[in-house]
Design a binder for this molecule. Structure first.
Ligand code: NAD
Length: 430
């Protein structure tokens, strides 16, 4: 029998739809065929239309035209946060199965409505909690599930955002302003919330949170700083200088066509001239103390789960390196994982520690997957194919699981805005 092929359309071919998933989906020709694209940016539509061999009549600049009919089995929605729900509703009405970028929404009513709609239509909504699909997270989960540290009592998790990433995405870039996007605890940390409830294997009961925009505001602007780093007298000594981060570092790195440089300019191959133009004109060239940002740069959450386990979570913008740290505390031992140091350690009481290199872990497909998020971007697409014809309503990152992490993020933000008071999650699950 011929192998079944899943036909896919992609809505929004930016960093995620075009690069992170689109290119890999296109490579997996024995599993997927990209049928159509919808993207209002003409340059990107043409670029990815050509790259993915999508027929010209199936490339749409207008969302309305794209949604005139169903065009494929699956629709991948990889547009910016505020469009997700509106587009998902249209897609479910047309009968698509969905792969939906996170965050879904920061409105609890919308979250509940979408879960109900997916259920009523019998459709898959796989949310892009790509970390669930990585070997690192699977290994942690299996150690916990097999009782390697006995009964889990509590856990700590830190998301080290990294100073330049904080400045790029949450001060200058797409996710700087909570009115235009979603609060940072939702945007950046709904993965973390998702992982915490996945590890603890219970619903979260209540949360309390503190956090603030501590540094990236006008009162911290150095004397005489220019609005754009390229014109600024502090450009060589400011740690957040766009001139240093995007131009000097690009040269030092050997002029790669990689993140973050390919997010700052659409010109390929990237040139010095194109980067300078972007530093003069785009949002990424702005002084970090003169942007229209209002999302936090640090936030801490404490959580209580229905099974009695407690967790603390820290999102920190002021870190030299990225990656996550985890610690799990159980009745027979503890587990520690430091992503950036490539180290996972199991310490059972009164036994020698067992140490793994994260980079050497192997999953049941015989590797880790290439691509972003420790292979998770590609492994999620592999998983989509594996479950689509057999168990598509039970994806590991189904919308039913995913909304729980969104409720945790919403409750955390509510707590933070209300001075850190305890917020009960029951109110979100009406
Ligand atoms: N799963 C993850 O780990 C992860 C990581 C980063 C970002 N994200 C999420 O992915 C989403 C996309 O982020 P990105 O970095 O690719 O952003 P991006 O800006 O690079 O891409 C979004 C694209 O959508 C296009 N677009 C705008 N309006 C549209 C419309 N009406 N119809 C179709 N396309 C439209 C834009 O022109 C752009 O090309 C965001 O919601 C973001 O939060 C998820």
């Amino acid at each position: 029998m011929d192998k079944q092929i899943i036909s896919i359309s992609i809505l929004g071919v930016g960093a995620r739809g075009g690069e992170a998933y689109g290119r890999y989906i296109y490579e997996c020709k024995d599993k997927f065929k990209i049928i159509s694209l919808c993207e209002p940016n003409e340059f990107r539509l043409e670029k990815y239309g050509e790259a993915f061999e999508v027929a010209e009549e199936n490339r749409f600049l207008s969302e309305d035209e794209f949604f005139e009919k169903k065009r494929s089995d699956v629709l991948l929605i990889a547009t910016l946060d505020r469009l997700h729900v509106r587009q998902a509703v249209k897609a479910l009405d047309l009968g698509y199965d969905l792969v939906l970028e996170k965050p879904i929404s920061d409105d609890a009513d919308e979250l509940r409505m979408l879960v109900e709609k997916a259920k009523a239509n019998g459709r898959m909504v796989m949310v892009c909690h790509v970390l669930r699909y990585t070997t690192m997270i699977r290994k942690l989960k299996s150690l916990l599930d097999e009782g390697a540290i006995g009964k889990l009592i509590s856990m700590d998790q830190t998301e080290n955002v990294c100073f330049w990433h904080q400045a790029h995405s949450f001060v200058r870039g797409n996710w700087r302003n909570r009115e235009e996007t979603t609060p940072m605890i939702m945007q950046k940390c709904c993965h973390d919330m998702d992982l915490i409830q996945y590890f603890i294997d219970a619903r979260c009961k209540s949360v309390a949170s503190k956090g603030s925009l501590a540094y990236f505001k006008s009162e911290n602007r150095p004397e005489g700083a220019a609005d754009r780093c390229i014109d600024c007298k502090h450009r060589s000594d400011c740690k957040f200088s766009a001139y240093t981060i995007y131009l000097e570092q690009w040269k030092k790195d050997g002029c790669p066509e990689a993140i973050p440089y390919n997010l700052v300019t659409d010109v390929l191959p990237i040139t010095e001239e194109a980067l300078i133009k972007s530093l003069r004109e785009s949002m990424y060239g702005r002084c970090v103390f003169a942007c229209d940002n209002n999302v936090v740069d640090n936030q801490t959450v404490i959580m209580q789960f229905e099974n009695g386990v407690t967790a603390t979570f820290k999102m920190e913008g002021f870190t030299a390196r990225g990656g996550r740290d985890f610690r799990f505390f159980g009745t027979e031992g503890e587990i520690e994982l430091c992503e950036i140091e490539d180290r996972l350690v199991l310490r059972r009481y009164m036994e020698d520690p067992v140490v793994w290199k994260i980079s050497e872990l192997v999953d049941d497909l015989g590797g880790q997957g290439e691509g972003g998020h420790g292979g998770g971007d590609h492994r999620m697409i592999d998983s989509l194919y594996r479950i689509y014809f057999s168990d598509k309503l039970n994806a590991s990152s189904s919308i039913e699981c995913s909304v729980e992490s969104h409720y945790m993020a919403l409750a955390s933000e509510k707590s933070r805005l209300e001075g850190g008071r305890l917020v009960d999650l029951t109110e979100y699950r009406k």
